[in-house]
Design a protein around this ligand. Structure first.
Ligand SMILES: Cc1ncc(COP(=O)(O)O)c(C=O)c1O
Length: 440
């Protein structure tokens, strides 16, 4: 297949705005913009010492089948054309970048800008990769999409994509999250998905992954395991990153067009790490752009009080990948806590660990209280209620902005909207659903 403008070559230009925006014709061209193998990995799913596919023998063949099908799809112009069409006509991409002027004025210092993934259909970035996964499942003649979900955003996005493409969908969710994220459970069921509540262990995201993986392993002919982040065995960290890379690709072009320069920092929250890797990928070779991942610091530094894997994790194995894992004294995945269900995970995508080791991405953590503050501050100053997950990235930007000069631009990836979180937050901050004043 030939392309007139070679976007893979174009990115090496010294000028940040030069030919990089040439339209890619395949996902491989779109997602490999940086062509920096030392940063992106891409050698059999390994990222330095991390990643890979550590699988029980019965799953080696099925996972290879997924890897082969994906490799074909990412070079297929027809596949990419359909994906791009759905992102535009169904998801509503490109998502906007909004300057958060009232928030920035209130803080002083750097200016904060928001990449509005909350405006996507279903209200978060997850739809970017679930559409891709659904198209891949259909291409592979699979009948059912199966996955885990934490906050319910991936589950809703997957159920949506399944409905769109005409596939069955089965979502496993920890019982704690089922209770906490009830509106999303109802949404998934309305969309025709089967929701399985997982009542073992901590009853959160890790157990949901285990459970979905078990069902998948029993019948890989029927299912595509449509994992919800840049985690799991190869090829998923690559596959999910490639579908999410549209976020950074868009924001880079939008920011350049609006400001004639790149942002000074891109900031994103990190659970498994899909929105962050999507936001970062297009900037990996822009050495002057700081890339900052923000993890959930929870309410303390003791095991079980946070889910800050990059800060406290140790090398280990989780869900078919080698990565950093929060572990207890017996080297088992530890109990985790975050105010945001979608960040409640004891592992992290292997590419993030690699990018940290290379010094290309910085990782910070913020605690629950700062997140609650950021959630309310954005709602009141900008009229945008963020997801609690995204409020982690925002809280770090709020902390950073006053320490930086006013000509600095911080781009926060607002990965999702907070509708799903309002009941929980209202209870936490003691806000009732009653009116402020009664007349008559
Ligand atoms: C809005 C939102 N942001 C972020 C995340 C965290 O996932 P990831 O780190 O893969 O982006 C989730 C997970 O459910 C989410 O719903």
């Amino acid at each position: 297949m030939s392309t007139t403008a070679d976007p893979l070559r174009a990115h090496t230009s010294a000028s940040p705005g030069a030919t990089r925006d040439a339209a890619p014709r395949t996902l491989a061209q779109a997602a490999d913009l940086t062509r920096a193998p030392e940063l992106t990995g891409n050698t059999g799913g390994r990222f330095g010492s991390y990643g890979g596919a550590v699988l029980p023998p019965p799953l080696v063949g099925p996972m290879q089948e997924v890897a082969d099908a994906y490799e074909e799809a990412r070079h297929d112009e027809g596949f990419y054309a359909e994906y791009v069409r759905l992102l535009r006509d169904y998801v509503g991409r490109p998502s906007a970048i909004s300057p958060a002027d009232r928030l920035s004025d209130a803080l002083g210092g750097a200016r904060i800008h928001l990449k509005r993934e909350d405006l996507n259909h279903t209200g978060a970035h997850k739809i970017n990769h679930t559409i891709g996964e659904a198209l891949l499942a259909r291409r592979m003649d699979k009948r059912t999409l199966i996955a885990e979900t934490g906050a319910g955003q991936h589950g809703v996005a997957l159920a949506t994509a399944a409905a769109l493409v005409g596939l069955e969908c089965e979502i496993h969710m920890g019982a704690v999250d089922v209770a906490k994220q009830r509106p999303n459970v109802v949404r998934m069921r309305l969309l025709g998905a089967k929701v399985v509540s997982v009542e073992v262990g901590q009853k959160t995201l890790k157990e949901a992954v285990d459970s979905a993986f078990g069902v998948y392993a029993a019948d890989p002919e029927r299912y595509l395991f449509a994992i919800g982040s840049v985690v799991g065995p190869a090829p998923f960290p690559d596959l999910v990153r490639d579908f999410q890379s549209v976020v950074g690709r868009e924001s880079r072009a939008q920011f350049l067009a609006a400001h004639g320069r790149l942002p000074d920092a891109v900031i994103a929250c990190v659970g498994g790490g899909s929105n962050a890797i999507g936001a970062f990928t297009a900037y990996l070779e822009d050495a002057d752009v700081r890339l900052i991942g923000v993890e959930p610091g929870g309410h303390g530094e003791e095991t079980g009080q946070h889910a800050a894997t990059m800060t406290f994790g140790r090398p280990g194995m989780l869900h078919g990948m080698e990565t950093l894992v929060l572990q207890d004294a017996d080297d088992e995945p530890a109990a985790v806590h975050s105010i945001a269900s979608g960040l409640d995970y004891p592992g992290v995508g292997p590419q993030h660990v690699h990018l940290r080791d290379l010094g290309r991405v910085e990782y910070e953590k913020v605690g629950d209280e700062a997140v609650l503050e950021a959630f309310q501050q954005l709602s009141r100053t900008e009229g945008i209620i963020p997801a609690l997950e995204s409020a982690h990235a925002l809280a770090h930007a709020i902390r950073l902005a006053p320490t930086l000069p006013p000509e600095t631009n911080l781009l926060v990836n607002l990965s999702g909207r907070g509708d799903k979180d309002i009941d929980y937050v209202a209870e936490r901050i003691g806000m009732t659903g009653e009116a402020d004043e009664i007349v008559g």
